[in-house]
Design a protein around this ligand. Sequence first.
Ligand code: AMP
Ligand code: ZN
Length: 113
Amino acid sequence: MREDCLFCKIINQQIPTKLIYEDETVIAFNDINPQAPVHALIVPREHIDTINNLENENLAGHMILTAKRLSGVLGIQQSGYRLIMNCNEDGGQTVFHIHLHLLGGKQLGELVQ
Ligand code: AMP
Ligand code: ZN
């Protein structure tokens, strides 16, 4: 838990947020500024600032498999989706508590602009 971290505050319910999934390791909620009809964030309860400091392979795998399962719940598993993790400035990271974006519900554009 970091006092100044937005996603830690969501995890600790200091910022009320409707969760679409939670277990003992991760939570998921809809992005406040969706870039597609489905745009969810899968967030570990543990504070890790960037992928550069992610070492737990079980956690990394659990985040991806949670996204896959959520894609089914959210109705985009067969139509398709994209999973994104941004890292640091060039990657466009704005919240420094790692999170996996799950995007779908439309034909997504080019990955790199
Ligand atoms: P990134 O740019 O990869 O760090 O992604 C951060 C994401 O968090 C952005 O897509 C934001 O729209 C999203 N975001 C920021 N604040 C909130 C919030 N309070 N609830 C849900 N999503 C948020
Ligand atoms: Zn945090």
